[in-house]
Design a protein around this ligand. Structure first.
Ligand code: PGA
Length: 254
């Protein structure tokens, strides 16, 4: 069971899927199926859809968020988007350092750290993603990689600010592969990450911090993952793209 200190949080990460029209249809279908979720629910949508989804979700507890942002307030950064821009469009949280950003677009933890600080300054909840590759797991480097990514991505963030941060543990080998970490494997890494947070930011910050698991979550494994004491939520890619399927996962997480 999730610790009573931490409310469950399930986020659908649409990645580069759905036009504005498709996003509105999806949001309406999700609200029809799941209007009163008992856990926190978020949709991390493409930038172009944030405004429309925020409008469609108005008055509901479901949050809209972005999948990335730049670390500067504004400037000559062609093709980038700022915290203030996504906030104005309606975003309340932002995914940072997703493995696709790290691996395909060369983002390192120092960049993720600057983004996290900017997100906090703007009043957005950063959801900072970390996770090891298959090779790092095979060579027993998981603990070292997770420690490094956590400490570097959250460097300089105060214990007080940690209350407005969430972490997503997403083993790279599990993302989009159909091979999820088992609930037992994920629990080990979540508990490990929480220990790192305890030792760096103190007991209270660690107890309140929500750590989400991501990587091939489906309706079939959502409840058993959420049953683990240190798994406080889920970050779901492929299985969140269908509103009915996503609603079934939300309902399995009660
Ligand atoms: P997946 O993606 O659920 O499709 O594995 C998870 C993610 O990338 O956040």
């Amino acid at each position: 069971m999730t610790d009573p200190n931490r409310k469950g949080f399930v986020i659908g990460n649409w990645k580069m899927y759905k036009t504005v029209a498709a996003s509105i249809d999806y949001t309406r279908a999700l609200l029809d199926a799941c209007s009163q979720p008992v856990i926190d629910v978020g949709l991390a949508v493409p930038f172009t859809a944030i405004l429309a989804v925020a409008e469609a979700l108005e008055g509901t507890p479901i949050l809209v968020g972005a999948q990335n942002m730049h670390d500067s307030k504004e400037g000559a950064f062609t093709g980038e988007i700022s915290a203030g821009m996504i906030l104005e469009a309606g975003a309340r949280f932002v995914l940072l350092g997703h493995s696709e950003r790290r691996n395909l677009f060369g983002e390192d933890s120092a960049f993720v750290n600057r983004k996290a600080k900017m997100a906090l300054e703007a009043g957005l909840l950063p959801v900072v993603c970390i996770g090891e590759t298959a090779i790092q797991r095979e060579t027993h480097e998981t603990a070292e990689v997770l420690t490094r990514q956590l400490l570097e991505s959250l460097d300089g963030i105060t214990p007080e600010q940690m209350r407005r941060v969430a972490i997503a543990y997403e083993p790279v080998w599990a993302i989009g592969t159909g091979v999820s970490a088992t609930p037992e494997q994920a629990q080990v890494e979540h508990a490990f990450c929480r220990q790192v947070v305890y030792s760096k930011w103190g007991r209270e910050a660690g107890q309140k911090l929500r750590i989400l698991y991501g990587g091939s979550v489906k309706v079939q494994n959502a409840a058993s993952l959420m049953a683990k004491p240190d798994i406080d939520g889920l970050l779901i890619g492929g299985a969140s793209l269908d509103p009915k399927g996503f609603c079934e996962i939300i309902q399995a997480c009660k």
